[in-house]
Design a protein around this ligand. Structure first.
Ligand code: MD6
Ligand code: FE
Length: 217
């Protein structure tokens, strides 16, 4: 029987790892911008607070979410969608900060996707125990654009699978400052995040923040 963590790459700290064709983990790529990123996350969360969305099936998500950009990802009993208005406030989502736009562009260019211009940034907040079940990101109209995913705070175990939910996913540790870029042949791969282990991060405390940048249309 396979041990729970036997396939985690523990040698990848600070290194770039190809996860699959079109998918790269850029180790520590966002580290040098950490304080500007965290300042902006706090400012966004003041205007559009983190909330636990309800899935169309009626479940409360353990991950709390907010957004910035022209549109934001929302879920309720009617389904998943991108909406220009924050349903909690009735106002547009906060503008995407320049430091976010530049990070998404720089990370995607390093992976070979030039001139990525996201119109949405979903911000996920994981507290100990929170998880994200295996899913595909397929609510975006433009599947030619990659997704850029930035990890801040506590480390998490990312599952990266195949194209069927039943394919056994690989596991990769995502640490503070790591960026995953994924597109092309990997764009519709299944992926998820295992329940967050408790811990204390010097900048963010007992939480992990994930930014995922998308071009939705
Ligand atoms: C997370 N990320 O890392 C959740 N989706 O907290 C995602 O769901 C994700 O990291 C598409 C591409 C990259 C990702
Ligand atoms: Fe996703």
């Amino acid at each position: 029987m396979r041990d729970l963590f036997d396939d985690i790459d523990i040698d990848d700290i600070g290194h770039d790892v190809t996860l699959a064709p079109g998918a790269m983990l850029l180790g520590g790529f966002a580290r040098s911008r950490e304080s500007a990123l965290i300042t902006e996350v706090h400012a966004i969360a003041e205007r559009a607070p983190f909330r636990h969305l309800i899935t169309p099936g009626g479940h409360r998500m353990s991950v709390a979410m907010t957004n910035c950009g022209n549109v934001g990802w929302v879920s309720d009993h009617r389904g998943y969608r991108y909406d220009a208005i924050d349903p909690d406030s009735g106002r547009p989502w906060p503008t995407m900060p320049d430091v976010f736009v530049a990070l998404a562009r720089d990370a995607s260019a390093k992976t070979g996707f030039m001139d990525f211009r996201p119109d949405a940034c979903l911000i996920n907040r994981y507290e100990p125990g929170a998880k994200l079940s295996l899913h595909q990101d397929k609510d975006e109209l433009d599947l030619d654009a990659p997704i850029v995913s930035v990890s801040l705070g506590l480390p998490a175990t990312f599952q990266f699978g195949g194209f069927k939910r039943s394919d056994r996913p690989e596991r990769h540790r995502l640490r503070h400052g790591d960026v995953v870029v994924w597109g092309g042949p990997s764009r519709l791969a299944f992926h998820g995040v295992l329940p967050l282990a408790d811990g204390e991060h010097p900048l963010l405390g007992r939480q992990r923040i994930n930014l995922t940048f998308r071009k939705t249309r």
